[in-house]
Design a binder for this molecule. Structure first.
Ligand code: FAD
Length: 364
């Protein structure tokens, strides 16, 4: 399968404006969705592009370089598609993957007021009642939910767990946008309330009764790699912006890049770009090979990419100085967006705990 080509002309110079207004054009999202670009790994028989994780990763980095809000929506949509592929039955795969490659948009709700880092504390309930299920609970900071047609909701299902595809316009669903997020401002984050939402049992992926940890580990592994690749794109944008500025602006009679302290920032940015690319590529290769090390490789990629991207954005801001210090500027956006990358899909602390556990298990 050829590498997917992203239509840059549809994005143009929109990201700076979208960051300031906090809105992405919904028609653009639907168009990209209908081109299969928001979940490019979905196989062709379900309407997708059927690309490898490595190729989807490079596509994600490309989008991350342009606009982290758009990349965030791509990540959520891709998580939903992955969950449908892994947990849906044949008819659900046919129906929902057709929708998700046909222009409908999806968001994914894990986090709750009492369940942030500790997803095992989730209390949302998906209760069977005859031919229906009833969804009751609250989710926080759900990316893309302001634009979504489907809200993939994880919750308790009897003694186990389930993931249910909730139509965003179902009676009993409330979507309250997060006011003025500090970063990824146009990614459509919202608080979701499910007040006894009644749905057919056919909306529960695979009939439910799955283990909660299997559900969120599968979804988060995809999400972690997607965020990591998005960070690779941010680092590339920061490297380009800083190198261009350092080559073209002179102070004290020579280009900024010839002042050694500025050159040091450029070297660090280059190291970050190379390191993040390698660690992302490694995780995607593990995913494509179906390796048992894939989950750890995804945590490693996300952790390295998020921390490197946050440092890279700070260095690029330092090189650009006042020339990058406007809302909407690619480096200003990177500075705010990358802080959030250190929090989502497993914070730095949670990632380090997982990696420490892996280190201990190797010698047990
Ligand atoms: P807390 O869990 O309260 O953690 C606070 C601090 O304590 C963090 O530094 C954390 O690392 C640390 N900490 C917590 N527990 C431990 C521990 N056991 N050991 C060591 N340190 C610990 N959620 C969704 O469901 N869907 C989405 O699409 C989504 N998108 C998001 C997008 C953005 C931009 C943001 C900011 C959040 C998003 N979230 C989403 C929520 C996100 O998943 C949570 O913010 C994240 O899991 C952390 O939870 P919390 O914010 O409640 O922090």
């Amino acid at each position: 399968m050829a590498e997917p080509v992203f239509p840059d002309e549809l994005v143009g110079d929109g990201p700076a404006t979208w960051d300031v207004t906090g809105e992405l054009p919904p028609d653009l999202l639907r168009k990209l969705g209908s081109m299969g670009l928001l979940c490019a790994e979905v196989p062709a028989r379900f309407g997708g592009l059927g690309v490898s994780s490595v190729d989807n990763g490079e596509l994600t980095a490309h989008v991350g370089r342009l606009c982290s809000s758009l990349r965030s929506i791509m990540t959520s949509h891709g998580i939903a598609a992955t969950a449908v592929r892994r947990f849906g039955d044949r008819e659900q795969r046919r129906h929902y993957l057709g929708e998700l490659t046909g222009g409908k948009l999806a968001a994914v709700g894990f986090s709750e007021p009492g369940a942030g880092s500790d997803l095992a504390a989730m209390t949302t309930r998906i209760e069977a009642q005859g031919e229906e299920v009833v969804v009751t609970g609250e989710k926080r900071w759900v990316t893309a939910s302001r634009y979504a047609d489907y809200l993939l909701v994880l919750g308790r299902h009897g003694d186990d767990a389930a993931a249910v595809m909730v139509p965003a316009d179902a009676p009993g669903v409330t979507i309250e946008p997060v006011p003025q997020p500090m970063g990824c401002r146009a990614a459509g984050h919202a608080r979701l309330v499910f007040d006894g939402v009644r749905l057919p049992v056919s909306t529960v992926l695979g009939g439910g009764r799955q283990s909660l940890s299997l559900l969120f580990t599968t979804a988060l592994s995809y999400g972690r790699m997607s965020v990591a690749w998005g960070c690779a794109g941010i680092v590339r944008a920061c490297l380009d912006a800083a190198a261009t500025q350092a080559a073209t602006r002179e102070q004290s009679g020579k280009p900024l890049g010839e002042h050694q302290l500025v050159a040091g920032h450029l070297a660090d940015l280059y190291v970050a770009e190379q390191t993040v690319t390698q660690v992302c590529r490694h995780a995607s290769e593990q995913w494509d090979a179906g390796s048992p090390d894939q989950a750890v490789a995804a945590v490693l990629a996300k952790h390295v990419a998020a921390t490197q991207a946050a440092q890279a954005a700070a260095k690029a801001m330092q090189v650009l100085a006042s020339w990058g210090a406007n809302d909407g500027h690619v480096v200003a956006r990177a500075y705010r967006d990358t802080k959030l990358m250190e929090i989502i899909e497993g914070s730095n602390e949670i990632s380090r705990l997982v990696l420490a556990r892996h280190a201990l298990d190797r010698v047990a």
